[in-house]
Design a protein around this ligand. Sequence first.
Ligand SMILES: C[S@@+](CC[C@H](N)C(=O)[O-])C[C@H]1O[C@@H](n2cnc3c(N)ncnc32)[C@H](O)[C@@H]1O
Length: 217
Amino acid sequence: MAGTPTPPTSRGEPDPAAARALYSRHADSYDVQTDWAGSDRAKTVDLLGLRPGDTVLDVGCGTGLCFAAIQSQIGPSGRLVGIEPSVEMLGRAAERVARAGWDNVDLRLGLAEEQLRPDDRLDAALFCFTHDVLRSLPALEAVVSRLAPGGRVAAVGPMWAPWWAPAANLLVWYVTSDYVTTYEGFSKPWSHLADLVPSLEVERIDLAGEYFAWGSI
Ligand SMILES: C[S@@+](CC[C@H](N)C(=O)[O-])C[C@H]1O[C@@H](n2cnc3c(N)ncnc32)[C@H](O)[C@@H]1O
């Protein structure tokens, strides 16, 4: 039907233009729609092992739902960089920052692979429900190359459940189809990150179709 977004069937590259269109639609209701994931976000921020004063990148920060957890650990002497290509999602993130009165946040509109600067130095990078980013090698290389020695990464997201759990996969597809632009790598979404961060550890929650991954360079 004309004008109706179609779910991704692609096993190819992430599509940034399609992602902008998706998240432009989601921005108003995103926080309510994804409220169920709050404890997963908190756990993933904890996996970064943040310290006061750290500089943290929230890659694909969306509306900034991870910001409060990050701020509570880095404190006012830390720095939070949020990169997000959807103007509507980043607008919600900016409102959140203004409401909280945080003055240590640097929000950048665009793709991670375009918005990191040569002199950015990161103590940690967060990938919270960012399948498209995890399947973009240019984005991952841009982020990992800015990590300081010992810099940490943590990721959470959906993945295919095992083949013998088709009902779980129907649910995974139903929940994710309007939030990703590719299913490429969906059996092992962390695989490119593991190539760049060899110490990466992974916790698979097979029947929930979800994983956590974390490590340091
Ligand atoms: C499911 S949302 C997750 C938002 C947030 N991290 C959270 O936990 O709620 C995925 C976000 O990744 C963003 N995104 C997609 N491709 C990106 C890229 N190449 N660089 C940075 N962000 C990207 C999307 O615009 C979207 O806001």
